[in-house]
Design a protein around this ligand. Structure first.
Ligand code: C5J
Length: 239
């Protein structure tokens, strides 16, 4: 199978069309905008906004090829039956999961704050998975959806790097998926934690997976398109 070579760490990632899914983790207003869950924990949410434009560029390139996209939302049922007390009661935030805030009830499905930010809104036909945990495989249909798509590789974007992105990458790695994190398309409230998470992922020969800047992924797309076009031309009968 022809693959796109992404210059990545700890070594090149051979991205396989037809086998790769873009998984965009929790790009929700509740994490990225003022007044949401992230802000209620005392975080500077502006730090996460840096990942929005690169994620959009990645989505645009991915969608232009018609490849599958899955979005996740960290979210809970209105009765909070899927929110363990240990999660809801931990710490002393300004507001807890399920409390009413300026964007509706925090992390509750159906509330405006629980939606994905408009710039990254899912398109019709793209899968959206609501997840009650940090990892996207826990208590969700993600594994079944990936299997139905025939996926063996996952390209990751989203927030936050060291919490839901890294948790999901580790879950995916344990299930046998090759995982590539696009570094500029992920962000943390703690830049040092993002940097450390990326290093943990690629250390020890890629113990969790690969990491590459967005530019490396887009370059691989461009090179692959040029190769496909020249192959198509050389396959045409000479006149
Ligand atoms: C957090 C997430 N940080 N999506 N959730 O609580 O990373």
């Amino acid at each position: 199978m022809t693959s796109l070579v992404v210059v990545a760490r700890p070594f090149d990632f051979a991205l396989q069309p037809g086998r790769a899914v873009l998984l965009v983790i929790d790009m929700q207003r509740d994490f990225i905008e003022p007044g949401g869950f992230g802000a209620s924990l005392g975080n500077d949410v502006s730090l996460l906004q840096a990942a929005v434009a690169p994620t959009r560029a990645l989505l645009d390139a991915w969608r232009a090829r018609g490849w599958p996209v899955i979005h996740t939302r960290e979210s809970h049922a209105p009765d909070l039956s899927d929110c363990p007390p240990a999660k809801r009661l931990r710490g002393s935030p300004a507001l807890r999961i399920g409390d009413p805030g300026p964007m509706g009830r925090l992390l509750v499905r159906g509330a405006p704050g629980c939606e994905i930010v408009p710039a990254l809104a899912p398109l019709p036909g793209e899968t959206v998975i609501d997840k009650p945990g940090k990892g996207a495989f826990h208590a969700t249909p993600l594994q079944a959806r990936l299997q139905a798509l025939g996926a063996t590789q996952i390209v990751f974007a989203g927030v936050t790097t060291e919490v839901c992105v890294q948790s999901t990458m580790r879950e995916a790695n344990d299930r046998g998926y090759d995982c590539l994190l696009v570094e500029d398309a992920t962000a943390s409230y703690f830049p040092a934690f993002k940097a450390a998470a990326v290093e943990m992922i690629v250390a020890q020969g890629g113990i969790v997976g690969w990491a590459a800047p967005l530019a490396a992924v887009l370059s691989a797309f461009t090179a692959f398109s040029a190769f496909s076009a020249s192959s198509a031309l050389s396959a045409q009968p000479a006149r």
